[in-house]
Design a protein around this ligand. Structure first.
Ligand SMILES: [Zn+2]
Length: 152
């Protein structure tokens, strides 16, 4: 079971995109789509999964990474609306990228909540403040960043 969790696991998004995800441990994740590999420290997962049992941390972290693939069209659409490459100031460009990342994090975790349903609520029973703080924080960053990026 542990070996299977550590391995690079193939996934397929609802719109057909195929990729692979590896949640090696709580400190290192890898997402690969085609020839593009994105090894990264899972900062959002570290925050969101604190206080959960080890197996739940890894399982929900995997689902969060999968959620990024599942919600990629939403993130791309949002980024296209902000058009960061047309921004003239560095501040507006950075605001667009920050808003994009915040929205995508929120979308990925929302996918996890929807996909997991009752088991997500059970996992966070007694520590519901953490996902709530995350949602408020990401929503605020996405809204403020988008607003700032769209200013002329
Ligand atoms: Zn994420």
């Amino acid at each position: 079971m542990q070996d299977q969790r550590d391995a690079l696991r193939p996934v397929r998004a609802w719109y057909g995109l195929r990729g692979e995800i590896q949640v090696e441990n709580e400190l290192w994740h890898l997402v690969r789509v085609g020839r593009v590999s994105l090894p990264h420290p899972p900062l959002i997962n570290l925050f969101l999964r604190a206080g959960l049992p080890h197996s739940e941390r890894l399982r929900l972290s995997f689902e969060h990474e999968y959620g990024h693939l599942q919600t990629l069209p939403v993130a791309v659409l949002h980024l296209m609306l902000l058009r960061p490459l047309r921004r003239k100031s560095l501040t507006a460009w950075m605001a667009a990228l920050l808003a994009h990342q915040a929205l995508w994090e929120l979308a990925a975790e929302s996918w996890v909540m929807t996909h997991e349903g009752e088991s997500y609520r059970r996992a966070y029973q007694g520590i519901r403040k953490r996902p709530l703080l995350f949602a408020i924080g990401m929503l605020t960053l996405a809204a403020v960043g988008s607003w700032r990026a769209l200013q002329r």
